[in-house]
Design a protein around this ligand. Structure first.
Ligand SMILES: Nc1ncnc2c1ncn2[C@@H]1O[C@H](COP(=O)(O)OP(=O)(O)OP(=O)(O)O)[C@@H](O)[C@H]1O
Ligand SMILES: [Mg+2]
Length: 350
């Protein structure tokens, strides 16, 4: 397969089949451990188009990374199991593909960027060698050609003096520069989709913003789809198009990004927004959502958030709320918005 036919199939917002670039449908993942079955993912559905950035937000343990691992096909199985669901890439279900077909997609057409560049890079090989390896292994380029491409890539992710630094080792770069190298590695084979799992969490705030801006810029230029996993709403505000908020392995709210900030439609999202520090509230005590995320081996009946929810009533303790479309008070459409709260109306309009 050449990169040429890939580009034509991914040129528009949707492929020739009219399918989104990536569509996760009703995904379930469980982990069978000695202590019991942890229901990590309980019916996640989301989609990403070419040129679009989806932010996935949620507390630690909500299932953001496990969903990404299922998409990449790097889930630990066992103990992991996927009892139900589909992961459609250009309309084709990757869960039913052969291992061989799957391997052709991984790294080439869907690439992943991890939080910790230092552990993802090999400490005893130069960054130029590691970047070049992508081209030698996948495209069969010579060492010399691969090195030239590695320098181009380092330039592309704005590493100063790339040609002079191509033979340096990972530990010789700063955290921000290393994360740029990870981005370069993910971009090397011009994937259709990049999944970035907390790509800037280990960096300090100013460097975070620079790396995020770079990622957004490259994504726009290449018309790639981007899934940006984070537990920090502040980091994704300027770069994401839409957002999915996860809680206990489900999507509890989805929305175009800016509308979510203005009018959250789920008490959990409201809690997350209220716990962001704001400059105009300096000195005031910061709000924190009370309680802890649920034990995934015994998720509470009804809405999983109910024990922590300030609005919880009887129905919340018995009936699992479905993710339903959110509308204006007069029934007017709010495209792309959904909430899995029995009381979304009073949450958004109240
Ligand atoms: N290999 C595994 N074996 C058992 N349980 C696992 C395994 N991998 C993940 N889990 C469980 O699945 C749940 C979801 O984990 P996941 O890593 O997706 O959370 P997350 O939302 O990415 O959190 P964080 O913000 O901390 O990265 C967690 O409770 C985790 O303990
Ligand atoms: Mg994670």
């Amino acid at each position: 397969m050449t990169t040429i036919d890939k580009k034509t199939s991914a040129s528009g917002a949707t492929s020739a089949t009219g399918a989104p670039l990536l569509e996760v449908r009703d995904l379930h993942v469980e982990f069978h451990t000695r202590d019991g079955v942890a229901k990590a993912i309980n019916g996640v559905s989301y989609s990403v188009e070419a040129g679009e950035t989806l932010a996935v937000l949620g507390e630690s343990g909500s299932g953001k990374s496990v969903t990404a691992q299922a998409i990449m096909g790097i889930l630990d199985m066992p103990p992991g199991r996927i009892p139900k669901g589909e992961i459609l890439f250009h309309g084709e279900d990757m869960l039913t593909m052969s291992a061989e077909e799957r391997r052709k997609i991984r790294g080439r057409r869907i690439a992943m960027i991890f939080q910790d560049a230092l552990s993802a890079l090999n400490p005893v090989l130069s960054v130029g060698y590691q970047l070049g390896e992508m081209y030698r292994v996948h495209l069969g380029l010579s060492r010399k050609e691969a090195k030239a491409r590695a320098i181009e890539l380092m330039d592309r992710v704005k590493i100063p003096a790339a040609a002079a630094r191509v033979n340096d080792y990972p530990h010789q770069f700063s955290g921000g520069m290393r994360q740029r190298i990870m981005i370069a590695m993910a971009m090397a084979l011009e994937p259709d989709l990049i999944i970035a799992d907390e790509p800037t969490t280990a960096l300090d705030v100013t460097v975070q913003a620079q790396v995020m801006d770079l990622l957004a810029e490259l994504q726009r230029e290449e018309n790639m789809g981007l899934i940006l996993i984070t537990h920090d709403l502040g980091v994704v505000a300027d770069v994401a198009d839409k957002i999915a908020v996860m809680y206990a392995g489900r999507i509890v709210e989805q929305s175009p990004i800016h509308e979510l900030y203005k009018r959250p439609a789920h008490p959990y999202t409201r809690g997350l927004l209220d716990s962001i520090p704001r400059l105009d509230q300096k000195g005031q005590e910061l709000y924190a959502i009370k309680g802890l995320p649920p034990n995934l081996m015994k998720i509470p009946p009804g809405c999983a958030f109910n024990p922590r929810c300030p609005k919880a009533r009887d129905i919340c303790r018995t009936e699992v709320p479905a993710l339903v479309p959110v509308t204006e008070q007069d029934g007017g459409e709010l495209p792309g918005r959904g909430s899995a709260c029995h009381f979304w109306k009073e949450t958004i309009h109240g």
